[in-house]
Write a protein that binds this ligand. Structure first.
Ligand code: ATP
Length: 237
């Protein structure tokens, strides 16, 4: 059984159709990318997967659970990367990790996580005093602290310098190597090309293409995923 199975998902906000019949599957152990134009329905879809929004129509299974009905059970098994602004600035890095660890039945070892994410030297620093890259690493650590089976990472490397981006990619590969399935929402085609086994490209509420980055390049007759994306989607301008 796929780890995530979405079939015919529909979601409107009032008269605006945000998701218009989206279907895709994510297999256990994959790094699966969700790419798409602005306003294509990526965030709405991912919120439905987490049980934060209820679909109007369609079926969703995540880890064999229905997110709308089983949100509490799902929350214990899924790690989500928070947007940095949601953490209080006066919280220290270790305190944040320990606080989040306390929400889970079988959390990761906070010291091991601090080492893995190269945060050991910042364990006592206030979150608000960290650089953008350090904050990003904390947000990834928080997504992993519950020992999740699925990690949902959004805007993984936004605001990071090229060194930090590569470091973060290696980290995500390490997370997958440890057996965690990764759902990555990204606007960066180089990131998707480097990390994702398969991607789904969203455009105007629909999935317009699914496959490996190489398959999508071949389908579009393009030499880069960036070119394939542009040829498979419509401009939102
Ligand atoms: P982006 O890449 O720009 O972040 P996205 O693919 O994540 O976009 P969504 O945020 O899911 O897209 O939005 C899909 C559509 O639904 C957009 O037209 C957006 O304006 C609309 N929308 C999203 N959230 C709401 C809301 N709470 N109320 C009304 N409309 C919304």
């Amino acid at each position: 059984m796929p780890l995530i199975e979405v079939t015919g998902l529909h979601k409107r906000y009032g008269s605006r159709v945000a998701v218009d019949g989206v279907s895709f599957t994510v297999e256990r152990g994959e790094i699966f990318g969700i790419l798409g134009t602005n306003g294509a329905g990526k965030t709405t879809t991912v919120e439905c997967l987490q049980g934060l929004r209820r679909a109007d129509r369609g079926a969703i299974s995540v880890l064999g659970l229905d997110p709308a009905a089983d949100r509490a059970a799902l929350t214990r098994r899924v790690g989500v990367q928070l947007q940095e602004s949601r953490l209080p600035p006066k919280l220290r890095v270790r305190e944040a990790l320990e606080l989040f660890a306390s929400f889970y039945p079988d959390p990761a070892d906070v010291d091991v996580l601090l080492d893995q994410l190269d945060l050991r030297d910042h364990a006592r620093s206030y979150f608000g005093k960290l650089s953008g890259g350090q904050k990003q690493r904390v947000s990834i650590a928080l997504a992993l602290v519950g020992n999740p089976e699925l990690a949902i990472l959004d805007e993984l490397t936004t605001g990071l310098d090229p060194h930090a981006r590569r470091e973060t990619w290696r980290l995500v590969e390490g997370v997958r190597a440890a057996g965690v399935t990764v759902l990555l929402v990204t606007h960066f085609m180089d990131e998707a090309e480097r990390l994702c086994d398969r991607v789904a490209i969203f455009d105007a509420g629909r999935v317009v293409a699914t496959g490996t980055p190489a398959e999508l390049r071949a389908t579009a007759g393009a030499s880069t995923l960036d070119d394939a994306f542009v040829s498979l989607t419509r401009s939102t301008l």
